[in-house]
Write a protein that binds this ligand. Structure first.
Ligand SMILES: *Cc1c(COP(=O)(O)O)cnc(C)c1O
Length: 429
């Protein structure tokens, strides 16, 4: 594969951009390679500057439920741009967008738009703190909620000791208010709650985790969380930035039948533009300024272009509920093909899937939390990734990410992928 132009651009990029990229995982560091510069996407494919064409499964890290550049989103953007790019005033489209979100996700009575998933989660935590007048919150090891300071905390040694920052620049003060529990382990949550009685504002969780590879919640675990949050007056936040509109039209909460108090969105909700949102019970949301005392704002929040793309995406979901059955069929077909390949090579690698989010781990143990996920052999993943890329299949350049199937993936795409998967696995194990 000729990657001369990408190589050249990456050298230049590194002169002006830290690490040559605007978000670290794009740099291909964890797969021991260098990034490709993409020029054009169409459906399930995209192409790089050297003219290499790929069937791809990152979907811009989640947003592209319908593949690249679907005509109904492109047209919505073209129509919107005729009228101007930003007004900094209310627009009707924001009303329609909020209305549509509340229709699709019944636990959301009111919603505020922001510009990224990170903004959504950090605002939701502030709101939960303001609402409960408490300061601590619980997150789960391996869940990612964007890069706000108080999320970049990992467990210290010993279950009940303080968390420690995972990045320089995050203060010990931040770490002190973030408590770490184990995914799918309700006892670890109960312990933290009883040793921090009446101090915990919120529990935040990815109800289908997609940032330690794909790890589904157990239903009884989520039910347990719901119960304990209700009885302890803790705000339960589902971070559905990835799972929202992905695993069902009403996200993971629809799939599991559990209503959180607040939900955060991103990715699909923007139709490929930079959008996030957080919403939930009106009683909590009404604490936000200008109604209430909890401050939150954004110069470009609810931007007309972003709303046009996001509304087109959500409207398509509302008008075509059958897409989720089709996504399930496609993803199941791909999963089965990959599982058969694994078996044929006498391996038993863990494979997790919820709808069109899936992940193969290079470990033969069941993956159900962070500790089991990190047993995966990431060096082997790197080799596998490079083999797949050489065959024209572009996967996430890191093990602990999701593989996304879109409505644009054809049976031919999936068959090519399954064939490449067999060859790649045979070459690396
Ligand atoms: C991607 C992601 C975020 C962060 O969203 P950004 O738009 O990258 O800031 C937060 N939570 C989850 C679950 C995500 O997958």
């Amino acid at each position: 594969m000729n990657v001369e132009k990408s190589k050249q651009l990456f050298e230049e990029a590194k002169k002006y951009i830290p690490g040559g990229v605007n978000s670290p995982v794009r740099a291909f560091k964890s797969v021991g390679s260098e990034p490709l510069f993409i020029t054009k996407g169409d459906g399930s494919h995209f192409r790089d500057v050297d003219g290499n064409e790929f069937i791809e499964y990152i979907g811009s890290w989640g947003p592209h439920l319908f593949g690249h550049n679907p005509p109904f989103i492109r047209q919505a953007l073209l129509n919107a741009i005729e009228n101007g790019t930003s007004f900094g005033t209310p627009t009707e489209l924001e009303v329609r967008m909020a209305e549509l979100i509340t229709q699709l996700v019944p636990s959301v009575e009111k919603v505020r738009m922001v510009n990224s998933g990170t903004e959504a989660t950090m605002s939701a935590i502030r709101l939960a703190r303001g609402y409960t007048k408490r300061e601590k919150f619980i997150k789960f090891e391996g869940c990612y909620h964007g890069h706000a300071d108080y999320f970049l905390i990992k467990a210290g040694s010993g279950a009940l000791t303080l968390g420690v920052p995972t990045s320089p620049g995050v203060t010990k003060g931040n770490a002190a208010d973030t408590l770490l529990a184990d995914y799918n382990d309700i006892e670890s949550v109960k312990k933290l709650i009883s040793s921090n009685k009446n101090e915990i504002a919120a529990v935040i969780i990815e109800p289908v985790a997609g940032n330690m590879g794909v790890v589904p919640s157990k239903k009884e675990f989520l039910t347990g969380l719901r119960e304990i949050c209700t009885s302890e007056k803790i705000v339960l936040i589902f971070d559905e930035v990835m799972s929202g509109f992905r695993v069902s039209a009403s996200g993971a909460q629809g799939l599991y039948g559990i209503q959180p108090d607040l939900t955060t969105f991103g990715k699909i909700i923007g139709g490929g533009l930079p959008v996030g949102a957080f919403g939930g019970k009106a009683e909590i949301m009404d604490m936000l300024a200008p109604n209430g005392p909890v401050y939150q704002a954004g110069t470009l929040s609810g931007n007309p272009l972003a709303m046009a793309a996001g509304y087109a995406a959500l409207k398509h979901i509302k008008d075509h509920p059958e897409i989720y059955d089709k996504l399930e069929e496609k993803a199941f077909y791909l999963e089965k093909g990959m599982k058969d390949n694994i078996k044929a090579l006498n391996k038993n690698y863990a494979m997790n899937r919820v709808g069109s989010m899936m992940c193969m781990f290079f470990t033969e143990e069941t993956v159900e939390d962070f500790k089991s996920a990190v047993k995966s052999d990431t060096a082997l993943y790197g080799k596998y990734f490079r083999e797949m890329l050489a065959q024209g299949i572009y996967l996430a350049p890191a093990q602990f990410e999701a593989m996304f199937v879109s409505t644009a993936h054809s049976k031919e795409d999936l068959d090519k992928t399954i064939k490449a998967h067999h060859l790649a696995l045979s070459a690396v194990i």
